[in-house]
Structure formats: structure tokens, C-alpha cells
Write a protein that binds this ligand. Structure first.
Ligand code: ADP
Length: 163
């Protein structure tokens, strides 16, 4: 029998909305872990565009064909959620040095308070500048963000901004 350990990871974030950069992280993550749970945070985000339920719905459409990948929302501390799911690691993505500064503090705090490790993957260069915040801003000013987000998200975004 193989003694390889089964590794379950959570990928927590706001995902408002999910971007091609997030998808890149997910695609890299599934190569590393046996199970990956995308966890949409419920904490109130400033300038929220989509509700957590809407974000989960869009992500579910995108990961439907990915074995071992699922999505749900959570409304507690990330480390509490990780413990509840019996996750071995937290997955996070890195784009820039700014991310490194922030993520390092977060990862060290999570390890100090809960003993959980964080694994980072670097995004493809082409998504190094993509962020949900920028997408919300550009889209609300009428800019074209179709290259930066999945088609289903783009369709919903267009509808949302028409209202
Ligand atoms: P949070 O509010 O927790 O930062 P986000 O949805 O903004 O939630 O990001 C979730 C994770 O995805 C973070 O680790 C972030 O650094 C990473 N991430 C966001 N955009 C990208 C991208 N374009 N490429 C790689 N990682 C990204």
C-alpha cells in the first residue's frame, strides 16, 4: 500500500468576483493536493459586487468538471473553517512583493494560532496584475475586463452593471 498522505487544502478568499488569476491558482493547486475546497469568505467586503451565494454559484459552474475540487462559503475565522474541514493546508496565490508582505503575516499568524501551514503558488505572469478590486473598478467605469475573468462571470457582471 502506498504511504502517500491524502492532502486536503482550502483556498480561502473573497472571490468578488473570481478572476482568471484565481483560476490559475486553482489549476496549480489541484496538481499538488488530493482535494481542494474553494472557500468564499462571508465577511462584509466594502463595495461588494456579488453576494457570497452568487460568488459560490459562479465558482461552482467553473469547477464542475474538476475532480476533487468543490466550493462553499464560510463565515468564521479561516483557521476555524480549516479545522472544521480537517484541511491540512491553506492555499494562497502570490502576484507581487506586496502580496508577499501581507500573506507572510497572515500565514505566520495562522500557523501561530492554529498550527496550520500555508502553501503559496505564484500566478502566471499574465495574471500578475489581475485583482477582483481592479475588475470591479474598471467594470463599473465601463472598461472591458473580458480577458481577465471567465465568461460566466463576465456575463453576470454585464447584467449586474446594467441595473
Ligand atoms: P482576500 O480578500 O482573502 O485577499 P481574494 O479573493 O482577493 O481574497 O484573493 C484570494 C487569494 O487569491 C489570495 O491569496 C490572493 O493573493 C490570490 N489572488 C488573487 N488574485 C490573484 C491573481 N491574479 N493571481 C494569483 N493569485 C491571486
Amino acid at each position: 500500500m502506498s504511504d502517500k498522505k491524502f492532502v486536503r487544502a482550502i483556498f480561502p478568499g473573497s472571490f468578488d468576483p473570481i478572476t482568471n488569476g484565481h483560476l490559475d491558482v486553482i489549476n496549480r493547486g489541484i496538481k499538488l493536493f488530493d482535494e481542494l475546497i474553494i472557500a468564499v469568505g462571508q465577511s462584509p467586503v466594502k463595495n461588494q459586487l456579488f453576494t457570497p451565494d452568487e460568488r459560490v454559484e459562479m465558482i461552482a459552474e467553473l469547477v464542475a468538471d474538476m475532480p476533487g475540487v468543490s466550493v462553499e462559503s464560510f463565515d468564521c475565522l479561516t483557521v476555524e473553517y480549516a479545522a472544521r474541514k480537517k484541511a491540512d493546508v491553506i492555499l494562497r496565490g502570490l502576484r507581487s512583493l506586496t502580496d508577499v508582505h501581507y500573506e507572510l503575516k497572515l500565514a505566520m499568524t495562522n500557523r501561530a494560532v492554529a498550527g496550520i501551514e500555508t502553501v503559496f503558488v505564484m500566478t502566471s505572469e499574465q495574471y500578475g496584475f489581475t485583482s477582483s478590486t481592479l475588475i470591479r473598478e474598471i467594470a463599473s467605469l465601463g472598461g472591458n475586463v473580458s480577458n481577465l475573468i471567465p465568461q460566466n462571470v463576465y456575463n453576470r457582471l454585464k447584467k449586474r452593471l446594467k441595473k
